[in-house]
Write a protein that binds this ligand. Structure first.
Ligand SMILES: *Cc1c(COP(=O)(O)O)cnc(C)c1O
Length: 344
């Protein structure tokens, strides 16, 4: 089976398994796990932030960030298709107890400074006030678009001018950096906090990093504990994370393979494919996405439905060039079978 559902399906390699086995560990709730401490320091260094916190998942990183930046009852500005708003079980309402105010980004998920100014609510006797702006890069639902650092900076500046802090959901931040040909630190330079996943294209089995100023990360540490994310000998899972952090350069290979996949799929009748910017390929299907995916699965390829007629395929480090070519052929067979046996 060629599994293109997500870059989260990547399996740890031998180097990561050995790193886990040999990790020096301690109780991280007492801050005594040297491997976690090293991972947090290395992540902060790479992101150009003062400090970083190891969290079990990207979702927890985003939720802890929202909780740490805001006060109960405030509004949070976020893009309508953003992960933090759409795919985290209304965590903004449940954990931070804030009210999301959505902004429609453009087709790449970009929010403009003018939209931030228009969405801002000043605290008054009747209005709750805006406590946070969240941005996402790469933007998952818009097809892994890699938003330029200058665009992030311009939008963040509009928020800062209004006294509103900015959190960047950078689950695939290093994909954005690879696509933009810049260091990740440049993309997060203008924001107050950033989350990035180790467990996606970088290949770690578990974990994400939440980075920001020292004082922010100290408060975030308390909220991580509150959500049940205080872990003990977490060096066992942090060690492969350290290995994963040095995998940043190979993400460009995933992007090249996504292009190859998109080129192949784009030639088939009934499929419309936009050229991918990173490792995510969105395919618009004439047929319902679920039926199309069932046929793909029968031919040995997995993807996920994103919309009624949209399917997502992800390339990642367990997918090589041959897999991409085989996936294209499998989708071709699936489409041919459907034409020969319509309605089946
Ligand atoms: C995957 C993802 C997350 C959440 O990460 P998990 O580790 O799956 O909780 C957050 N934001 C974006 C944009 C993602 O793609």
């Amino acid at each position: 089976m060629i599994d293109l559902r997500s870059d989260t399906v990547t399996l740890p390699n031998d180097e990561m398994r050995e790193a886990a086995r040999d990790a020096e560990v301690g109780d991280d709730v007492y801050r005594e796990d040297p491997t976690v401490n090293e991972l947090e320091a290395r992540a902060a260094e790479i992101l150009g932030m003062e400090a970083a916190l190891y969290v079990p998942s990207g979702t927890m990183g985003n939720q802890v960030a929202a909780r740490t930046h805001t006060e109960r009852g405030q509004e949070v500005l976020c893009e309508r298709e953003s992960h933090i708003y759409k795919w985290e079980l209304a965590g903004l309402a449940q954990h931070a107890e804030v009210q999301p105010r959505t902004i429609d980004g453009d087709e790449r998920g970009v929010i403009t400074p003018a939209q931030v100014r228009a969405g801002y609510v000043e605290e008054s006797g009747h209005r709750p006030g805006t406590g946070l702006l969240t941005l996402e890069n790469t933007h998952n639902s818009k097809g892994g678009t890699a938003i330029a650092p200058e665009q992030i900076a311009a939008t963040a500046e509009a928020a800062h001018d209004l006294g509103v802090p900015v959190h960047l959901d950078g689950a695939r931040l290093f994909n954005a950096a690879a696509a933009r040909g810049c260091p990740a630190a440049e993309i997060v330079e203008s924001v107050d906090s950033a989350m990035c996943c180790l467990s996606k294209g970088l290949g770690a089995p578990v974990g994400s990093m939440l980075a920001g100023p020292e004082a922010f990360v100290e408060r975030a540490r308390r909220h991580r504990k509150l959500l049940g994310g205080g872990m003990r000998q977490a060096g066992m899972i942090a060690a492969p994370g350290l290995v994963a952090l040095e995998n940043r350069d190979r993400l460009a290979e995933d992007h090249r393979r996504a292009e190859r996949l998109a080129d192949g799929l784009g030639r088939f009748d009934g499929l419309a494919v936009d050229p991918p910017e990173t490792n995510i390929v969105l395919v618009e299907t004439d047929r319902p996405a679920e039926a199309f995916l069932d046929d793909c699965e029968d031919e040995g390829v997995l993807g996920v439905p994103f919309d009624e007629h949209v399917v997502r395929f992800c390339t990642h480090w367990n997918i090589d060039d041959e897999d991409v070519d085989a996936a294209v052929e499998a989708v071709d067979r699936a489409a041919t079978n459907d034409r020969m046996n319509p309605g089946e």
